[in-house]
Design a protein around this ligand. Structure first.
Ligand SMILES: [Zn+2]
Length: 46
């Protein structure tokens, strides 16, 4: 399952789209590019 986040984590606008290689996204509202990483299951810890 691949689910894109609905809102930009920086500006909160729902204007992000996948770009370039696989985990990269671009927000056209704040002009940021960023990458999402899967860290594992569960809450994890510090
Ligand atoms: Zn943004």
């Amino acid at each position: 399952m691949r689910a894109a986040p609905l809102n930009c984590p920086y500006c909160g606008e729902p204007s992000i789209e996948p770009v370039g290689d696989e985990r990269a996204f671009y927000c056209s509202s704040c002009d940021r590019r960023f990458e999402l990483r899967f860290l594992g299951l569960g809450e994890g810890g510090a």
